[in-house]
Design a protein around this ligand. Structure first.
Ligand SMILES: Cc1cc2nc3c(=O)[nH]c(=O)nc-3n(C[C@H](O)[C@H](O)[C@H](O)COP(=O)(O)OP(=O)(O)OC[C@H]3O[C@@H](n4cnc5c(N)ncnc54)[C@H](O)[C@@H]3O)c2cc1C
Length: 428
């Protein structure tokens, strides 16, 4: 089959990977001149297979007003005259209950554990370098009540298949004595305890995508890249997609996969599909390491900032990522948010990097998480016979990419997927 994949982020690239393995002729279309130059470029780098609970949780609504009042809050809301923003928020509020959140978490865990298996098979077989490491993840809590609640959840998490252990303050410091050194690390100073998940992984999502591009461009490959090509319109006739009109002319195919990140909703709206995908803007820095950094990934639970050590060609770096701004579609960074992220990192790990350099030398970046109100992606078939979706991965696209893409390839091949699609399907 000739299949057009719309979008060359980690979701589109992973989709192309599985479709190529099924023997299809694939064209990957993207408006940028390279792959993974939008949200998949400099995300938090965490393959966070055990931490998939959606933002829409039972306890989140009471936290929102104090967050919104604080300038340095991890979440900011900028109201827009955009019905899509308000509809998304309403659906989000309706999803903030225990039953929905637990259902979503269970489904996402099945998807993420499947993704972990696929990633392990991938790194065992392929030779691309993307700083992949299984170094574990420590979620640190800075108040005793928060840590006690997290500790109580460990048994429940175990019943779902997550292997975690609670570490008190001293055990956290013993795990990372240099990074959490007393009198130096601000995060070390306010540690109450942490939850360690040994099996969590990290990797550079952009380098993974560039590696996939290289693998998919090998001699004999039936994958073609149409980069620098803006998709302007999907053309559907009699309930079938026939082509996409692009800035480089029409592209026709037997089937189409929409993997256009937060732009996906706008792409399919004109042909009558309603996707509740809205951008949540987040920020990152990539700091060349000059001093002690943790060897595990660290999540500061209170401040919602993640710190991931990455090995790259240019040496070691610390990826610092955080913030979720409900702020519309602009991809422009807000300098005050970047300065805030620098301040967080400097307070947490003051010796890790040279914070006196200009901000531009810290690889400042922002991206739009393609978020659904429920926090789970939308995968597979649509009412348009040959149009498939791989969208809405929010804060987990890197973690879920290989499994979601595999499931979409299964749907196209009419194979039974390894995990049920229930709950991930498109609903009008
Ligand atoms: C600060 C931050 C930290 C994060 N940390 C993590 C993490 O630690 N772990 C994790 O699992 N996930 C993380 N995420 C989420 C993850 O990065 C995303 O879920 C993932 O990158 C989404 O991939 P995507 O391919 O759907 O979207 P994108 O990467 O945005 O790709 C979509 C592509 O579609 C193209 N496109 C869109 N419209 C058109 C059009 N009309 N014509 C042509 N091309 C088009 C774009 O150019 C783009 O390349 C983080 C996100 C952010 C912002």
């Amino acid at each position: 089959m000739r299949i057009a994949v719309l979008g060359a982020g980690v979701i589109g690239m992973s989709t192309a990977w599985w479709l190529a393995r099924d023997g299809h002729d694939v064209v990957v279309v993207d408006r940028n001149d390279g792959v993974a130059l939008e949200t998949s470029y400099a995300n938090g780098a965490q393959l966070s297979y055990s931490y998939v609970a959606p933002l829409a949780g039972p306890g989140v609504l009471p936290k929102i007003p104090p967050w919104l009042l604080r300038r340095d809050s991890p979440l900011r809301f900028y109201p827009q005259l955009d019905p899509d923003q308000w509809r998304w928020l309403l659906r989000f509020v309706l999803a903030c209950n225990r039953r929905t959140s637990e259902h979503t978490t269970r489904r996402l865990l099945a998807l993420s554990f499947y993704s972990r298996r696929l990633m392990q098979a991938f790194v065992a077989q392929e030779t691309i370098e993307f700083g992949h490491a299984r170094n574990g993840k420590l979620v640190v809590h800075s108040d005793a009540d928060g840590f006690a609640q997290a500790r109580d959840l460990v048994a429940y998490q175990r019943s779902l298949g997550c292997e975690q252990e609670a570490l008190d303050r001293d055990a956290c410091v013993a795990l990372e004595p240099d990074a959490f050194a007393r009198g130096v690390s601000g995060l070390g100073a306010r540690l109450a305890g942490g939850i360690l998940t040994q099996s969590e992984e990290v990797g550079d999502c952009y380098r993974f995508c560039v590696g996939l591009e290289r693998l998919l461009s090998r001699d004999g490959s039936k994958v073609r890249f149409a980069l620098g090509t803006q998709v302007q319109r999907l053309v559907a006739e009699r309930n079938r997609a026939v082509a996409v009109e692009t800035s480089s002319g029409p592209i026709d195919a037997d089937a189409f996969v929409v993997a256009a990140g937060s732009a996906s909703g706008r792409l399919v709206k004109p042909i009558g599909l309603d996707l509740p995908v809205y951008p949540l803007k987040g920020y990152s820095l990539t700091l060349p390491v000059t001093g002690p950094v943790p060897s595990v990934s660290v999540t500061d639970f209170k401040r919602k900032v993640v710190y991931a050590p990455l090995e790259g060609e240019g040496g070691r770096s610390l990826r610092v990522a955080g913030m979720a701004d409900i702020a519309g579609w602009s991809q422009a960074p807000d300098p005050s948010r970047l300065r805030q992220l620098v301040a967080e990192a400097r307070a947490a790990f003051p010796d890790a990097a040279d914070y006196s350099v200009p901000l531009e030398r810290m690889a400042p970046w922002c991206g739009l998480r393609p978020a659904t109100p429920l926090g789970s992606p939308i995968l597979g078939a649509t009412p348009v016979a040959n149009l498939f979706l791989n969208v809405g991965h929010g804060a987990l696209g890197w973690t879920l990419a290989l499994a979601s893409a595999r499931i979409v390839a299964d749907a196209i091949a009419r194979r039974t997927p390894e995990i049920p699609l229930t709950g991930f399907e498109y609903r009008a």
